[in-house]
Design a protein around this ligand. Structure first.
Ligand code: FAD
Ligand code: NAP
Length: 321
């Protein structure tokens, strides 16, 4: 068992964690990033990224994350291949234990453990991910310009994604398993007023239909949840928008979470309810969930942590005089 100590301990190596590391390292915090089971985060699972600023041509998600990682290391970040399984935030330095048995101690802690989209759990859905089936309209909607698409779900995310997709598609169908939406009324009003959007009520996805060869998704087979009747909807894009799981189980009972399990932060900052613990990226953001917003809040977390520690150390020095 080895103990690793740092002024800034960062959990997660997606855009949020690595951006925090770049800023933390440049502020002399000698950060440690514990990478978790998905080094590089969610963008490692995608191909084309067209909306991360700074690149006129399409870039690849894994390439972007390798560059971010190299940049973080270049300025002095220590990257660790471990996954945190236990936390003790009751005193400082905060003490966290990795899967390997190693102990990580941080004067400050930045939580950037991200969130994962919920999927329907169908084999055809897994097979067609990246070939017509997606869980992020903001990320992939642009690739379906002029094509018929569908969104599955009835919450705020589904309605927002359907509305967003009308920027690209003339024909968007919202598929919901019940006969009423749980999305906020104002969003519902906008949805129903939009002529490009149709709603299919009481429908569950049976199967995403593969057109074979390079065609990808060509249709969605639906089952009526009331009558059991089967039908088919021809679409080239299917966006699953049934919620996300923030990776916060580890922090339950240690840091304040909201009703959906996201880490609560003070408005306009990354401060959690525990002094010295900060959260950034998808783990605290259920609205935007983008690489650039994750990177932005990662920067905020490093600045918040550095300033907080400087203040604490100044007060301690004054008290000691
Ligand atoms: P994540 O990227 O989710 O990273 C979380 C990190 O935390 C991982 O490294 C993981 O290993 C680590 N971790 C988790 N638990 C632990 C633990 N216990 N101990 C240590 N580490 C832990 N956004 C865009 O802006 N443009 C796009 O084109 C785009 N395309 C996408 C395509 C796909 C298929 C997906 C899934 C997402 C896409 N997104 C896109 C969204 C974007 O990837 C996320 O918004 C972004 O990655 C969130 O960054 P994050 O750093 O908060 O979390
Ligand atoms: P959500 O509110 O949990 O809604 C998920 C939707 O998906 C529900 O309509 C649910 O159906 C449906 N669903 C769940 N599992 C399904 C399955 N297996 N098959 C078919 N449908 C399924 O999730 P969300 O929309 O992602 O929102 C999460 C939280 O973030 C909410 O608090 C929301 O208000 C918030 N949010 C806010 C904003 C904003 O403020 N602009 C934007 C996005 C999200 P049922 O209705 O039948 O359960």
């Amino acid at each position: 068992m080895t103990t690793h100590s740092t002024r800034m301990l960062i959990l997660g190596s997606g855009p949020a964690g690595l951006s925090a590391a770049i800023y933390g390292a440049r502020a002399g915090m000698r950060p440690i990033v514990v990478q978790g089971i998905q080094p590089g985060g969610q963008l490692m699972t995608t191909t084309d990224v067209e909306n991360y600023p700074g690149f006129r041509d399409v870039i690849q998600g894994p390439w972007l994350m390798e560059e971010m990682q190299a940049q973080a290391e270049h300025v002095g970040t220590r990257l660790m291949y471990d996954t945190i399984v236990e936390v003790d935030l009751s005193k400082r330095p905060f003490r966290l234990i990795g899967d390997s048995g190693d102990v990580f101690e941080g004067d400050t802690l930045v939580i950037a453990t991200g969130a994962q989209a919920k999927w329907l759990g169908l084999d055809s859905e897994t097979a067609l991910q990246g070939k017509g089936v997606s869980a992020c309209a903001t990320c992939d909607g642009f690739f379906y310009r002029g094509k018929k698409v569908a969104v599955i779900g009835g919450g705020n995310t589904a309605v927002e994604e359907a509305l967003y997709l009308t920027n690209h598609s003339p024909d968007v169908t919202l598929i919901h398993r019940r006969d009423s939406l749980r999305a906020e009324k104002i969003l519902q009003d906008r949805l129903f007023a939009n002529e490009k959007i149709g709603v299919l009520w009481n429908k569950a996805v049976e199967r995403f239909v593969d057109g074979g060869g390079t065609a990808g998704l060509v249709a969605i087979e639906l089952r009526d949840t009331v009558t059991g009747e089967l039908s088919t909807l021809d679409v080239e894009g299917g966006f699953v928008a049934i919620g996300h799981h923030p990776a916060t189980e580890l922090f339950r009972g240690h840091v304040a979470l909201d009703k959906d399990g996201y880490i609560e932060v003070e408005t306009g900052s990354t401060r959690t309810n525990i002094p010295g613990v900060f959260a950034c990226g998808d783990v605290m953001d259920k609205v935007y969930r983008q690489a650039v917003t994750a990177a932005g809040t990662g920067c905020m977390a490093a600045l918040d942590a550095e300033r907080w520690l400087a203040e604490v150390e100044f007060e301690m020095a004054e008290a000691a005089e």
